[in-house]
Design a binder for this molecule. Structure first.
Ligand SMILES: Nc1ncnc2c1ncn2[C@@H]1O[C@H](COP(=O)(O)OP(=O)(O)OP(=O)(O)O)[C@@H](O)[C@H]1O
Ligand SMILES: [Mg+2]
Length: 592
């Protein structure tokens, strides 16, 4: 059971999810921090010897045999009393200062290593997310994914992995300090071990459940309050027009209020252990003083007292850091687990999938064979037994009432959805492969065009920057040409910096029709051989819509077109018109 607990711990899972070079570096960090405690040990032995030597020197006694052994080991036995003391002081100082400097260096390196590790993990997660099929995307809400890929990754890399290093480093320091104490006074060492060890353990166990549950609550509330903010932004118009500000701000505030309560508790939790430790140390010191006075002779008493003080100054903070880092791990484990789950679920998606170089040329042929598709959690198939071949260059229209499955059909052809049954091929390959073999060969205009916060040019080039940077002037002229044909020429010319105008949120606003035409320009930019248009004319007046369709037909006679529209008139010149009825396809018009 214990082995399973360890295997399932978030810490072990985090380690297992690192690539081998990062894991290697992580262990080096771990060992580096532990090795530093040896310098502490050395420094402490010097200080203890120094103290014992001083006492015996002051009292003109011969130093004890353990002290002489250390002096001998350090090669200081030939020196007179003053030089021995000075030598020990210098050695102790050098060891302790070196320890601190090395610790700063390793911690600095370690923190930046872990932060960059987090950045890489987030990058891969985001890349994998956009490589999955849409049923995968539908599994988590936007807020869940945002939370896991930002705070979740941070909790993993910093909250857990770096806290574990702190624990390792402080635990080894604790062991060293205890050994030093043991060297001076066995009984005292045992008492201190029980005292500090016990205190740390009690504090950890009494606070860990609280810490874990606070961590989980904080993440949930953080997600739900962010969601309310984002609804406030997206639903701005409705809220304004319905005079619903109070309702909306109350919805947000109820989450935010709870979050504040949880955060206040989270901030206070580490302080509880700090105060408990402070009080306990005062009590411990008083008891220790009494014990020394009653039971010890002066020389041994002062030696052990100085070691206790030197060690005590470091023991308490070490115990505190161990205990707090352990709590930090507990606190982070909830949100880190969500990131880990996501990483594990998405790990099957290969990044940078290598494709064998293909000499084949793209052919604008689309074939569907007995394709069924059912959405997860849905009982009825959205597409039923669809069989269809669209030959290169053919113009095919799709009509059907709202909810009949038109967009689902398009998503299947684009590889955004994977059929539950049957096969789909585009140019003889499955759609995902086709897109990777021949990027840009398939153009797509969605009903709701997505606008990047970027310039008009970047919105049109969108991911095909290579050619633009090789040949900027030609490409800009080419883009101007497309926009002219789409009747956007005058608008672009009226903008002070034309194509370089920033559009999107907070920038120059676009009308619905302008947005759609930017979407069409984006699809046309890559000179597609298949063009798939989903209700792309919904925001255009009939005249413009007709012009655009005509333009597309004329300018690309070789291009296969699959167009969805509510308006059959736009398809008057098309080769085939297909009607979808509750997911079933039927040809209603075929050009003779
Ligand atoms: N993510 C989903 N989960 C479950 N069912 C879905 C999902 N998305 C769509 N559907 C269902 O699949 C059916 C087809 O939807 P689809 O979006 O393909 O319709 P459409 O023909 O494009 O409609 P519209 O003309 O309104 O755009 C609908 O009944 C819809 O409710
Ligand atoms: Mg649709």
């Amino acid at each position: 059971m214990f082995a399973k607990m360890i295997r399932d711990s978030v810490f072990i899972k985090s380690i297992n999810n690192l690539d081998s070079s990062s894991r290697h570096k992580y262990f080096l960090l771990f060992i580096g921090q532990i090795a530093l405690s040896l310098l502490d040990l050395f420094g402490l032995v010097c200080i203890g010897t120094l103290a014992a030597l001083s006492v015996s020197g002051v009292q003109s006694e011969l130093p004890g045999s353990r002290v002489s052994k250390v002096v001998e080991f350090l090669g200081l036995e030939g020196f007179n009393f003053q030089n021995k003391v000075a030598g020990l002081a210098i050695l102790a100082m050098t060891a302790l200062i070196t320890r601190t400097l090395l610790s700063i260096l390793i911690t600095r390196k370690g923190m930046s290593f872990l932060s960059f590790l987090g950045a890489r993990m987030a990058r891969d997660l985001v890349a994998r997310y956009s490589l999955q099929d849409r049923t995968g995307v539908l599994r988590f809400s936007e807020q869940e994914f945002l939370m896991a890929s930002t705070r979740g990754i941070y909790a993993l890399s910093v909250g857990i992995l770096s806290s574990a290093i702190v624990i390792a480093s402080d635990a080894s320091l604790f062991i060293v300090l205890m050994s030093a104490l043991f060297f001076v006074d066995k009984n005292l060492a045992i008492v201190s071990l029980l005292f500090f060890g016990g205190l740390g353990t009690i504090l950890y166990f009494s606070l860990s459940r609280r810490s874990k549950s606070l961590g989980r609550q904080e993440i949930d509330l953080y997600a739900s309050s962010s969601q309310k903010i984002s609804e406030g932004i997206r639903g701005y118009r409705d809220i304004l027009v319905r005079n619903a500000h109070d309702w909306q701000s109350q919805r947000f505030y109820s989450q935010r209020f709870e979050l504040a309560r949880v955060q206040a508790n989270t901030i206070f939790t580490p302080l509880i252990s700090k105060y408990a430790l402070e009080i306990s140390i005062v009590i411990g010191a008083v008891l220790f003083g009494a014990y020394q006075l009653i039971l010890k002779d002066a020389s041994a008493a002062i030696a052990s007292l100085s070691v206790f003080l030197a060690a005590g100054i470091r023991i308490a903070p070490a115990v505190m850091r161990i205990q707090q880092s352990a709590l930090q791990i507990k606190n982070s484990s909830g949100v880190a687990a969500s990131a880990l789950n996501l990483i594990e679920e998405l790990s099957v998606i290969e990044l940078n999938m290598k494709l064998d170089p293909s000499d084949e040329t793209f052919e604008g042929r689309i074939t569907l064979k007995e394709v069924d598709f059912t959405y997860p959690l849905s009982s009825e198939p959205a597409i039923k037994n669809a069989t269809l071949t669209i030959q290169p260059g053919k113009k095919v229209g799709v009509v059907g009432v709202s909810g009949s499955g038109k967009s689902t059909l398009v998503d299947l052809v684009l590889g955004v959805l994977t059929p539950s049954q049957g096969t789909i091929e585009v140019s003889g390959k499955n759609p995902v492969q086709a897109i990777r073999y021949w990027p840009g060969a398939i153009g797509y205009v969605p009903q709701d065009v997505f606008i990047l916060n970027a310039t008009i040019l970047e919105n049109i080039v969108f991911g095909f920057e290579n050619e633009l940077s090789n040949n900027p002037e030609d490409q800009r002229n080419y883009v101007h040409g497309i926009l002219d044909k789409l009747n956007l020429g005058n608008w672009i010319n009226s903008l002070e910096i034309g194509l370089d105008t920033e559009i999107g949120e907070n920038n120059v606003g676009l009308s619905g029709g302008q947005k759609q035409r930017i979407g069409i320009a984006r699809a046309l930019y890559t000179r597609p051989q298949i063009l798939i248009l989903d209700e792309f004319t919904s925001a255009l007046d009939r005249e413009t819509a007709n012009e655009v369709v005509k333009l597309i037909e004329e300018s690309s006679p070789q291009t296969t077109i699959l167009m969805i529209s509510h308006d059959p008139e736009l398809m008057s010149n098309f080769d085939v018109v297909i009607q979808i009825n509750s997911g079933s396809l039927k040809v209603v018009k075929r050009k003779l």
